[in-house]
Design a protein around this ligand. Structure first.
Ligand SMILES: [Zn+2]
Ligand SMILES: [Zn+2]
Length: 312
């Protein structure tokens, strides 16, 4: 599992930063890539990475501002042109369907794969046996959502060495033990399967916020996440601008991270007014509130490691 930032600028593209898009690489987990937002020229950014458009399985859209969706029609078309045949799911706020369908229809773009567009409000956006993705409304000029992506816990492995030491040989009995049942051995001893299974492996939690002012919903979505991706369009001293334009400052993003008790904060959606050393300054500001901060650049990647078996 890895976050790969494809665009980290706010509003309009600059030479250093393209507009918003983030890939959540789930290659080991499910051989797929999920995208969060798809600003203009996201497909061009993808050309500089190992991402295969045909592997993009789901696209989650935080809100309908142009810097988060104008790359969709092009990417959807190219995915088809490049041989993508597996279904693609796009989740977005109300309006995403008419945006996509209009763009595809008027341009005569025909897709060779099934495109499923789902408009969501708050609550569960997607769920299967591996992941659950939920959304909450944030505080922005247009309805903007944050996502909490939770990987479900993996069942613990069977403690084979301990069973062997007791003389329990592999066979169908291992399945009963793994289910945590009481099992009678050949010699009449009864063992409790639960004592021979390691604790479940904790799933990882990633929280990705759309554009927003500082708000409670962000804290709730990010609660104890391994990684929180939060916008920091402005520096601390531009708090009035952040408020007026429905964005956040470095300090506000850090405050969310601190209150949510996340492990790591990644700042993105950075205004083009901050270049070079000024970006270090943004990180230092955030660190005055929350220690583990990184600022994303285009093509920054952050692996999300599964922690051991700690119950934390
Ligand atoms: Zn934006
Ligand atoms: Zn916006």
């Amino acid at each position: 599992m890895e976050l790969l930032f494809l665009g980290t600028g706010s509003g309009v593209p600059s030479k250093g930063r393209n507009v918003s898009a983030i890939a959540l690489q789930l290659l080991e987990e499910r051989g797929a890539t999920w995208l969060f937002d798809c600003g203009e020229a996201t497909q061009h950014q993808i050309l500089h990475t190992s991402i295969r458009p045909r592997r993009i399985e789901r696209i989650f859209i935080t809100h309908l501002h142009g810097d988060h969706i104008f790359g969709l029609p092009g990417l959807l078309g190219s995915r088809s042109f490049q041989g993508g045949e597996t279904p693609l799911f796009v989740y977005g706020p109300a309006g995403i369907r008419s945006f996509i369908e209009t763009a595809l229809t008027v341009s005569g773009t025909r897709l060779k794969y099934e495109l499923h567009i789902e408009e969501f409000t708050e609550g569960v956006v997607f769920q299967d046996e591996q992941f659950i993705v939920t959304a909450k409304l944030l505080d922005h000029g247009l309805p903007s959502y944050g996502f909490r992506i939770v990987e479900k816990d993996l069942p613990g492995t069977l403690l084979v060495d301990e069973l062997r030491a007791l003389g329990v040989k592999p066979g169908s009995i291992y399945q009963q033990i793994k289910r945590g049942e009481l099992v009678t051995l050949d010699d009449g001893t009864v063992i409790d399967g639960r004592n021979f299974v390691a604790p479940p492996k904790k799933g990882r939690i990633v929280a990705i916020m759309g554009d927003t002012r500082y708000c409670e919903a962000s804290v709730e979505l990010a609660k104890r996440a391994d990684v929180l991706v939060h916008e920091a369009t402005f520096s601390a001293e531009e708090a009035h601008l952040a408020h007026d334009y429905y964005h956040s400052t470095t300090l506000q993003a850090a405050e969310v991270a601190k209150r949510a008790e996340v492990k790591q904060l990644i700042l993105t959606h950075i205004s083009s007014r901050y270049q070079g050393n000024m970006c270090d300054q943004l990180v230092e500001e955030a660190k005055t509130i929350f220690p583990n901060v990184a600022l994303a650049f285009d093509f920054s990647s952050f692996p999300i490691i599964r922690k051991g078996n700690d119950e934390g």
